[in-house]
Design a protein around this ligand. Structure first.
Ligand code: AMP
Ligand code: TRP
Length: 337
């Protein structure tokens, strides 16, 4: 019988502030869905997080919370490698080589950089600019073929491909595996409940537009009840004409697994109020068991540490192998065989 090797996927979330429903539907839920078909590496990218100022204690707590949430949402630590980026020195080691092969011009074009640097004032941290190359290192280090992310990260994965292909052109075709972004059909861009033309974000100024994974049942209900809807009264799916309503429809579809059309059908002859209340119920039903499990996991740090140690050990086997391969290609002296 032919043994087919599983492909590798890798992804991560910045443990800044609290994770949102956008992170869950755009990333984590999708990881859970596909994990059994792949060799999986999932991490909390705390080194990315410090590209914007973080309070040390909050960063630490958010990092634990992120890892616990992955597991609570259904990531199986027995089959996936879970780890914290800063515990793997190989990422910044490889990043240096990528800094020497990425171009200022391409980094300058990154939407997220333009966005975030417009908010920092005159002193833009260098790390905010080079960040996509650290992300490229995260991915290339594990020979990942697929990178399951939300829509906003597509540009960074494209950059990773460009740089990988460039390095392969210089140092040999098999230096890096060239990855692809893997974006869910629904849920890839969950919008803010108050400003449905902007993506739901952890750092939104108005918190009532974001659903956080740790929100209480009451908060979830209130936020959906106050969600901005659109003019008219028909429930139809059209992000240009009806961004608020369309966002609620996609959130439902992403959770229940129904098609967008099926959700729209269910609401024929009903009003916006029904859609809001029922979306809140569906979100609550999905998040509450995850919250319970997250709390349980956070209460047992020993078990989380065991999982993270094992994950880091497994990750190191692959990361060390790639780093050696690239060091040799680049011409760095190494003493071991
Ligand atoms: P970040 O919060 O920027 O670290 O994003 C972590 C992951 O969540 C990435 O895969 C993002 O693409 C995804 N993500 C973040 N915000 C959203 C959103 N509003 N809708 C869908 N996916 C999102
Ligand atoms: N840059 C991603 C974000 O802000 C997080 C991230 C860092 C990531 N390294 C990664 C995602 C590697 C996928 C793969 O969402």
């Amino acid at each position: 019988m032919a043994v087919t090797q599983k492909k590798t996927i890798l992804s991560g979330i910045q443990p800044t502030n609290r994770l949102t429903l956008g992170n869950y539907l755009g990333a984590i839920k999708n990881w859970v869905k596909i994990q059994s078909d792949y060799t999986c590496f999932f991490m909390a990218v705390d080194q990315h997080a410090i590209t914007t100022r973080q309070k040390p204690e909050e960063l630490r707590e958010n990092t634990w919370f992120a890892i616990a949430s992955y597991i609570a949402a259904g990531i199986d630590p027995a089959t996936c490698s879970l780890f914290i980026q800063s515990q793997m020195p190989q990422h910044t080691q490889l990043a240096w080589i990528l800094y020497c092969n990425g171009y200022m011009g391409e980094l300058n074009r990154m939407t997220q950089f333009k966005d975030k640097s417009s908010k920092t004032g005159a002193n833009i941290p260098v790390g905010l600019f080079t960040y996509p190359l650290l992300m490229a290192a995260d991915i290339l280090l594990y020979d990942a073929q697929l990178v399951p992310v939300g829509e906003d990260q597509k540009q960074h994965v494209e950059l990773t491909r460009d740089v990988a292909q460039r390095v392969n052109g210089i140092y040999g075709e098999d230096a890096f595996v060239v990855p692809e972004a893997f974006i869910p059909k629904v849920g890839a861009r969950v919008m803010d409940l108050q400003t449905p033309t902007a993506k739901m974000s952890k750092s939104a100024v108005n918190e009532s537009g974001s659903i956080f994974l740790a929100d209480s049942a009451d908060q979830i209900e209130k936020k959906f009840k106050r969600a901005v809807t659109d003019s008219g009264s028909d429930i139809t799916f059209d992000f240009n004409e009806k961004p608020g309503v369309s966002n609620l429809i996609s959130i439902q579809a992403a959770i229940t697994g129904e098609t967008i059309d099926a959700v729209v059908q269910r609401y024929q002859g009903k009003q916006y109020g029904h859609l809001k209340v029922e979306t809140a119920e569906i979100v609550r039903g999905e998040l509450l068991p995850i919250q319970l499990k997250t709390r349980e996991l956070l209460a047992d740090r020993g078990e989380l540490i065991r999982i993270l140690r094992l994950g880091a050990e497994q990750a190191a086997v692959v990361a060390d192998r790639t780093l050696k391969r690239i060091y040799d290609r680049v011409g760095f002296v190494r003493f071991e065989s």
